[in-house]
Ligand binder design. Sequence first.
Ligand code: ME8
Length: 650
Amino acid sequence: MSSFYVTTPIYYVNARPHLGHAYTTIVADAMKRFYRLIGADARMLTGTDEHGDKIVKAATKENKSPKEFVDGISAEFAALWKDLKIDYDQFIRTTDENHKKSVQALLQRIYDKGDIYYGEYGGHYCFGCERFYTEKELEDGLCPQHKTKPEYISEKNYFFKMSKYQEWLKQYILDNSDFIRPERYRNEVLAMLEGNVLEDLCISRPKSRLEWGIELPFDKDYVCYVWFDALANYISALGWGNSGDLSLYEKYWPAEHLVAKDILKPHGIFWPTMLKAADLPVYRHLNVHGYWLVKDTKMSKSLGNVVDPRFASEHFGLDAFRYFLLRDMHFGSDASYSEEALITRINSDLSNDLGNLFSRVLSMNAKYFEGQIPALGDLTADDEQIFASVDNAAQNYIQLFKEVRFSYALDGLWEPIRLMNKYVDSQAPWTLYKEGKTERLACVIRVLMENMYKIAVLLYPVMPESSEKMQAQLGKEFILHTKLIDDLLTCRVHLRTGAAVSGASNLFPRFEKPAEEKPADIKTNKQGKQKKEPAPKTDDNTEKGLIEFADFQKLDLRVGTILAAEQHPDADKLLRFDVDLGEDTPRQIISGIAEHFKPSELVGRKVVVVANLPPRKLRGLVSHGMILTAEKEDHLSLLDSSAPNGAKIS
Ligand code: ME8
């Protein structure tokens, strides 16, 4: 059985996980599931990158030791992957003892080979990127990523002779056209290698400046540069250089790496040259994707537009969210995230096309054949066209998935889905039924079911739970085995005549577009469907302005602390808050109190929050609750409480 090994970047633990991290991890999960589906022994690695200046700074800001701090955020990543049902095999942390041993083994090996030397270096160091920049790389003297002025640092350090491998790397990329893909990133790396530009890489930091790192095996006064340490995770996770047991390494290396464009250079240049210097085979592919933007702007904490993947997946359904991410981003290019785009995609592709097909066919089958799979008869040209269209789409889908062109793969799969809906209309089973043409009716329904089954199986990597559900609705249990995909592509019949199938199907509920501003009469139910509030009953109590105790009990009032406060980017009267309500992640709350308070004076204040209001969009930002205030003679105060965060007021 062939093997397959996909990796995500190991994420920095200086920030909480967001949509961008979730995207790469979901893609890796979909790739692992895809390779399992086509019969490979697939493995997935993710984890956290925990050393370096950045982390020390973030920990100091929260008055925590680096270890205490990294444990907390690393656990948040792991918890998110659990909620998003990511099927990874291993979660590596660069503070793991085994990883440290590997990094030291790799350093020692390259040192022994003579490719690491000691020298003096002066350069422009960006603390955000944790790397030195050359004069040429700076833009107007600023770091191109962070737009901040780097610090000029001069010190003695260890260097990896990266320049020695420049020509080899260039030739390797030229000889292997999809080593780095899509092509634009291959070209970017080739451009970085034009001329004699590659400098040696500074791979140490003196302990006098930074202690939070892995000690160099050949000089205890230095720790390893965080990128050298981090990149090694891809092999240390397989036991290379730490366990003596190389079975995982031998089985799974070389890897299929997944990263976004921000870390192209370390993965496209540092890593292959490090591997080459250590006489190890380079990775199979570097798959580079673009950035998720929000309203064409980079997500950033200060803009308050950071998308919470947990909320989106809970609200819209995990599979629908996964489908959207893989379908709407053309792998390699940037894509724009918005709830409107997500809802449009769900309603058109999932509810209208796929969901509708399942629901129509299964309910007709319940009506015409008492929910049992009817027999396939003689096929007409129209029937053949359906089989051919699904088979053709399936072949393309598999090829495109291998080429990490997920959006095209899915787009292609939707052609037969739409064709099947048209086939239902043109074959008009209801007329066949009325006219008593039972054999033809049976054949039409069976043609549909067989092909719906194929689509359901193919969708497993993207929508695993829905795929299993669709197969179950067609009377099939999903069991992965090495011949599954070959059978699917070569056999026409997979279902059993007479088997009982589901009589109905409601796979993907429709969503209404979020209303802007004050939708006071709108409530959201569990599936996120919006419904009108019933008109209030006017009884005696309501006339007197009294409410029932049961009505009061509906309010979920909670104590919280404001962690961050800032002006709403698009509205003078609104402020944006992150409020800690004792939950896993702080809540974003938008409140119209900008005329009464300065954001800076609110940070750290205790507040009372209505915690069970439906999410509501205010000038583009979603508010997950309401901060209570008290007003007298135009003076607004916050409701204070000394109770702990999350305490319920009753
Ligand atoms: O760079 N859109 O960690 P990191 C899409 N520790 N993907 C995004 C994104 C966005 N807006 N924002 C982040 C590091 N990502 C290093 C990696 S690997 C040996 C060391 C994803 O926490 C994307 O995968 O900054 C990107 O490459 C990664 O998060 C950067 O994560």
